[in-house]
Design a protein around this ligand. Structure first.
Ligand code: CAA
Length: 259
């Protein structure tokens, strides 16, 4: 595995596209792949020429989970001491720029959890989501038991986590897990279109919008609304707010400075 490129990186305009690339293992997420993914995300997050990031997989699999072969013989001390998951998954949650998951085929276990760590999910009509860890004698370990109920509610999350069954794209959209379902052959084009729109906006407002929506998950309504109000007020200190509103009044397109 060591010399293989596990994450293909492409830049189109102001959009970075990261493609999980372990086709023989249906993009199973081993440590080497997660290290590369975290490094690529950190790089593009810090790159002024990039305004949004897409994570995608292959037609058959976004990712079929954490690497079961690698984990099979690990002991408690192996996973505890190496901070398995925390070490190279947590950096994903620290990315400030928007990340879209473009999911085709299987998004299972860690694959579903990775998709849920992205800011929103666009699914191909072929997508299948699931948390099948229970069938392996474990439970989801990268946030699945926490993010799934927040996305689809307790009843459906319990159903998924306890039975290990898969959810198709239609059910995933109906349940609020994904933002839209598109024909499989249009998946990347549609994800790029959404990412390009986001990347054309003023970056400070994009980052504050992402931060504020994330607060809705992590705090009470009162705290969340206060956070939003502070962020909203602070945007009046930016040149882009003046430009955005002046352009509207003058009936022209805004030319944001901070992108
Ligand atoms: N880890 C390691 N290898 C995997 C894998 C995984 N999660 N998923 C698939 N592969 C490998 C298979 O072993 C197989 O390799 P070989 O060709 O060398 O035998 C190859 O990918 C193709 O897979 P299949 O032959 O099984 O393909 P299929 O089309 O018959 O089935 C599938 C597809 C239903 C997705 C099936 O592969 C499957 O059930 N995969 C495991 C899904 C799973 O349990 N994921 C949870 C992992 S645990 C986890 O993620 C913990 C966590 O929360 C972080």
């Amino acid at each position: 595995q060591t010399n293989e490129t596990l994450i293909l990186q492409e830049v189109e305009g102001r959009v970075a596209i990261l493609t999980l690339n372990r086709p023989k293992a249906l993009n199973a997420l081993n440590d080497a792949l997660m290290d590369e993914l975290s490094a690529a995300l950190a790089k593009f997050d810090g790159d002024d020429n990039i305004g949004a990031i897409i994570i995608t997989g292959s037609e058959k699999a976004f990712a079929a989970g954490a690497d079961i072969g690698a984990m099979a013989s690990w002991s408690y001390m192996d996973v505890y001491k190496s901070e398995y998951i925390t070490r190279n998954w947590d950096p994903i949650a620290r990315v400030r720029k928007p990340i879209i998951a473009a999911v085709s085929g299987y998004a299972l276990g860690g694959g579903c959890e990775l998709a849920m760590m992205c800011d929103f999910i666009i699914a191909a009509d072929s997508a299948k989501f699931g948390q099948p860890e229970i069938k392996l004698g474990i439970i989801p370990g990268a946030g699945g038991t926490q993010r799934l109920p927040r996305a689809v509610g307790k009843s459906k999350a319990m159903d998924m986590v306890l039975t290990g069954r898969m959810m198709n794209a239609e059910e995933a959209e109906r349940s609020g897990l994904v933002s839209r379902v598109v024909p499989a052959d249009q998946l990347l084009a549609q994800a790029k279109e959404a990412a390009t729109v986001i990347a054309s906006m003023s970056l400070p407002s994009v980052i504050m919008a992402k931060e504020s929506v994330n607060r809705a998950w992590e705090s009470s309504l009162r705290e969340g609304v206060l956070f939003e109000r502070r962020a909203f007020h602070s945007l009046f200190a930016t040149e882009d707010q003046k430009e955005g509103m002046t352009a509207f009044v003058e009936k022209r397109s805004p030319e944001f400075k901070h992108r």
